[in-house]
Design a protein. Sequence first.
Length: 363
Amino acid sequence: MGSVLAYMTARKERRYEVYYRDDQHVAHHKRGFRTKKEARAYLAANEVAVENGTYVDPGAGRVTISVIGTKWIEGHKAIWKPSYLRSVETSWKVHVEPQWGERSLKSIRHSEIQTWVSAMSQRRSATVVLRAYGIMKGIYDMAVEDRLIANAPTSKIQLPRKKPRGRVSLTPRQLLDLADASGRYRALVLLLGFCGLRWGEATGLLVRDVDLENKRISVGRSATWVGSEVRTGTPKSNALRQVGMPNLVADALRKQAKGKNPDDLLFPSESGGYLRQQSAAKGHRGWFATAVERSGVPVLRIHDLRHTAASIAISSGASPKYVQRMLGHKYASTTLDTYADLYDSDVDRVAESVDRFIAKDVS
């Protein structure tokens, strides 16, 4: 139990002070109350908070964003993918710490964060703004959970929206033309465009991951370049999956694996290491950009080959569940949200198939 005591100021004025202990049995003291009623109300409020587990140390909010931010990032290093960790650390160093690092948790107001987000949105992409804001939100969420502060000023912030990125899907004929123009990377393009693997998943494949007899690919690792280093780990969904392949891909992979050992990379670079990501954007002259130009297909990203695989599968009658497993989406809703327009185009075809089935069954 806490206590309320009276004392006299230097001006001979009666004031009241409060003593109590928090849920960690740490003693706290606050003075300056003009009436005993005010002091008792303050004591009661803190005792109730201690009792129901909502107590927040009034002094805890003085810790700086720099200290808590560093702790927040360190706490996630073991679970974040290397590429994502790198992007967070860059955003922290460039956008968050210089702006807020020296400020205490409790000193920052909601209006300040909104002004910061709005100003950054004028000169930076939505992706950059959302990542920086996400760091601040993560810091404050942790601070609330640790009961360093009672409420987070990061709630109800108006954020910029990402502009939807155009999706390019090739036809099977265009995909074959692109693959034929890709030289020694023909098998890789066919794999990406017909089986839908992510770049890091495809370039991380070992020869032993490909079962040519059963036409199955075991996708259980991914290779990601982080600066000048390659980090290998699990795929984005952290789940091992089996992906089927058509004969065309199986034949190409059979040639690709010829002469290699089971633990060799299936798609090594010319120097024998991991392949780097490719781009066909203006100014890039890698093998993929050259292949796009030579084949005459629409300009596209490597990632668009993944969309191509989904489009071809859906057009071939694949169910959303199959496409989800092929692409390695954690949730079927992700697949449906991304490719809803392609499934919508199948409405008439499915209805016609149902009509034929009914007619056959009742005749």
